[in-house]
Design a protein. Structure first.
Lengths: 138, 336
């Protein structure tokens, strides 16, 4: 349809690493759906390579990483590096879960645009994405 | 950039393919242009539609078929596979949860498996409007096998059969009695009915019931053929367990056998599936183009006026449609 609305923003919600706590990721996925996003959910225990590959194939605008295992300092920089390697550095990367404040500057340095802590509302996440996403047009 | 996205996609650049699929999915001018360039290079792949009720195990079965096709010792060697997995968009917000990858992520790091999720974006029939175009792009990019998983369907979302060469309908063992098997709709478009979850109790009985019900009427077939009426399909009923992998090699083999038969028929100039797909594409694009013209600057006012007159019952919708069509083809319009 020519008068179709602008395409929805595509978000990949992924859970890197070995923790089995996906309630938060699922609630967020569902909430972002209600905010009008197209949310690709890939399930538990994803390696950085799997997440990068999914982001590439799905041509997403945003990757949201949920991690509660404490391995964020190892895994998140691997993912952002992997995305850069594939030329996907225009993807907005955000993270959420249990991440100590002290770790946030290093993660931002590594290319995570924003870390959302416990208590963040879905509306805040949605607004942040809408304000900061780069829609690539090629 | 010296090479276009289409050229890069054809030479195996997966990122170019992904970007191209976005253009096609958003039905941009660039996407349309790419499709024009790629269409002559498509037409080689075996396009398999996989449909069935939510929870019948479509995604898991797709993942199992991909595993089978990617086995190092697969007959003819492992082949690249592309998957399009459609999930529904919210009619309220336009958002969607695309969750089919959960079952398929085991293939995420395999370069020769390309999985793309698609939201239906308001299109009915279990697919997205751009699904067939996306399949053509994958086809032109060198994937010999393309699996299209529909939205979890009810009884009558049969559109996939119009765009696929071969249609699999997936059933779970506990999905109803014999009456379900004789109802019109989804089962009628199946080339192969897969009773999935064959590791569960009742699977054998479900398959036997389906077989009995779907194969009745040989007499009817003969009478229909004699009278030139359309013949019902007589699908194979196969048992599989996507979870354990039982029956999956046989299923892929059955798909390949069907594809060989299709190619042989096509060599003699009769590829019914390709013709049906052409018709589905053409009628979709014609409808889209017509809508666009009716809403362009020249015709928008007349279209709106006609709509209002139909709404107030001043005009009937058939006359309204005829009036608009003749306005579109009137001589002064043709000049412009």
């Amino acid at each position: 349809m020519t008068d179709a609305p602008a395409r929805p923003i595509k978000v990949l919600i992924a859970k890197p690493g070995l923790d089995g706590h996906d309630r938060g990721a699922k609630v967020l996925a569902r909430g972002l759906r209600d905010e009008g996003f197209e949310v690709i959910y890939t399930g538990l225990r994803q390696s950085p390579e799997m997440i990068v590959s999914a982001a590439l194939q799905e041509d997403v605008d945003v990757v949201g990483l949920s991690i509660l295992s404490g391995a964020h300092m190892t895994l998140l920089p691997k993912i952002t590096a992997g995305l850069r390697e594939q030329g996907l550095d225009d993807i907005l990367v955000t993270a959420g879960g249990i991440i100590p404040d002290d770790d946030i500057p290093a993660l931002e340095q590594a290319g995570v645009a924003r870390v959302f802590g416990p208590g963040t509302t879905i509306r805040e996440v949605g607004d942040y994405i809408r304000a900061n996403v780069h829609r690539h047009e090629e | 950039m010296t090479q276009t996205l289409s050229e890069r996609a054809r030479s195996g650049d997966r990122r170019a393919l992904a970007r191209l699929l976005t253009q096609v999915e958003n039905r941009t001018a660039k996407g349309e242009e790419a499709l024009r360039a790629l269409y002559p290079h498509a037409g080689r792949a075996h396009i398999v539609g996989i449909t069935g009720a939510p929870g019948s195990g479509k995604s898991t079965l797709v993942a199992a078929l991909v595993s089978e096709a990617r086995k190092p010792d697969a007959p003819g060697g492992p082949r690249p596979v592309a998957v399009i997995a459609v999930d529904p968009s919210s009619p309220i917000t336009g958002g969607a949860i695309l969750g089919d990858r959960v079952r398929m992520q085991i293939h995420a790091s395999d370069r020769d498996v390309f999985i793309r999720s698609m939201a239906s974006r308001g299109h009915g029939g279990g697919l997205a409007a751009a699904t067939v175009a996306a399949a053509a792009v994958m086809d032109a990019s060198g994937f010999p096998l393309i699996l299209i998983e529909t939205v979890g369907t009810g009884q009558s979302e049969v559109e996939v059969a119009a765009i696929a060469d071969t249609t699999l309908v997936v059933q779970a063992p506990e999905m109803g009695d014999e009456v379900q098997a004789i109802k019109a709709g989804l089962l009628e478009v199946a080339d192969i009915v897969v009773v999935n979850k064959s590791d569960r109790p009742g699977a054998d009985r479900a398959a036997a019931q389906l077989r009995a019900m779907l194969t009745v009427g040989a007499q009817h077939d003969r009478a229909a053929a004699a009278a030139g009426r359309p013949l019902p399909k007589r699908p194979d009923v196969m048992l599989a367990s996507a979870m354990t992998g039982a029956g999956v090699p046989g299923l892929l083999k059955a798909l390949d056998t069907r594809n060989e038969a299709r190619l042989a028929a096509a060599a003699h100039g009769s590829d019914a599936a390709a013709l049906k797909r052409a018709e589905a594409q053409l009628s979709g694009i014609l409808a889209e183009r017509l809508r666009a013209r009716l809403n362009d600057d020249t015709h928008r006012a007349a279209t709106q006026q006609t709509l209002r007159r139909i709404a107030t019952h001043e005009l009937d919708p058939y006359t309204g449609a005829d009036d608009l069509l003749s306005a579109l083809s009137s001589p002064e319009q043709r000049k412009s």
